[in-house]
Ligand binder design. Structure first.
Ligand SMILES: Cc1cc2nc3c(=O)[nH]c(=O)nc-3n(C[C@H](O)[C@H](O)[C@H](O)COP(=O)(O)OP(=O)(O)OC[C@H]3O[C@@H](n4cnc5c(N)ncnc54)[C@H](O)[C@@H]3O)c2cc1C
Length: 233
């Protein structure tokens, strides 16, 4: 899965939340992208300027890839994403990155996402459950309000269908300890994880949240290397 220059055509754009857009792409070159769930693509904006977007779709059919972005930051990447419309051709390099789930790893996964950090985790969970995964797993997912829990319906549905999958959505409350993502995530991770034996964590979002979640898990005895992370900002 060596990264390569790619071209694709936008086939659909959906708004998942007021400032979260999802774009479906049909691959043109190569006709199918070979990637692992959790990897990302790099969109060029100049000789040294790129923006990274994780692939939201599982790698079950590489002819189609889905990207999903929070366009609130408002910079080059957000403006590019807002401008995507069906029929547009896009260029990027990919796949890239090592934030991927290894099925050979027998440990129990804990997924933790801060808002749009859910994107690579959604790809991993979609692949795991589409291809059969019976082991215990949990997802802790923070958002500023229920409308920002994009893909939340999918995770609720997974938790109903698979009793071994525990879904813990966390929504900010104006005065509670969960107002800020790092506090909310750290608090719930602390409650959910009674024992770190045999645990591996996948954490994605901003650096403050990643650090706080790692601190909580390490305080319980988990080694640093068992906390895998993808820093979006
Ligand atoms: C490996 C990787 C994968 C990524 N995958 C995605 C993805 O799937 N979807 C996605 O929306 N973004 C993703 N990002 C972030 C993305 O690359 C851009 O940084 C983001 O879209 C903002 O770009 P911009 O040009 O609009 O704003 P910029 O002008 O580059 O950013 C403005 C500021 O906002 C910060 N920032 C960036 N994103 C956020 C955010 N969501 N919330 C709060 N602050 C933020 C930046 O660090 C910067 O300080 C990923 C980043 C990395 C490194």
């Amino acid at each position: 899965m060596k990264p390569r220059e790619c071209r694709a055509r936008v086939t659909a754009v959906r708004r998942l939340a007021p400032e979260v857009l999802e774009a479906e792409l049909a691959m043109v070159e190569p006709p199918a992208l070979d990637f692992a769930a959790g990897q990302w693509v790099s969109v060029p904006f100049g000789p040294k300027t790129v923006r990274a977007y994780s692939i939201a779709s599982p790698p079950l059919d590489g002819r189609h890839v889905t990207l999903c972005a929070d366009v609130a930051p408002g910079g080059l990447g957000s403006r590019w994403f807002r401008g995507l419309a069906p029929g547009a051709e896009v260029a990027f390099k990919g796949p890239l990155g090592g934030f991927v789930f290894s099925r050979a790893d027998a440990r129990r996964p804990l997924f933790v996402a801060e808002e749009i950090g859910i994107v690579p985790i959604r790809a991993m969970l979609a692949e795991l459950y589409a291809t059969g995964f019976g082991r215990p797993a949990a997802l802790v997912y923070w958002a500023r309000d229920p409308g920002w829990l994009v893909y939340g319906g999918e995770f609720s549905s997974l938790s109903r269908r698979y009793p071994n999958f525990a879904y813990h959505p966390v929504v900010a409350s104006a005065d509670g300890p969960w107002r800020h993502a790092p506090d909310g995530l750290a608090e719930i991770v602390g409650r959910v994880v009674a024992d770190v034996t045999g645990l591996v964590a996948y954490v994605a979002g901003g650096s403050a949240a990643i650090d706080r979640v790692r601190d909580v898990l390490m305080a319980r005895g988990l080694d640093r290397k068992s906390v895998k992370w993808e820093k979006f900002w």
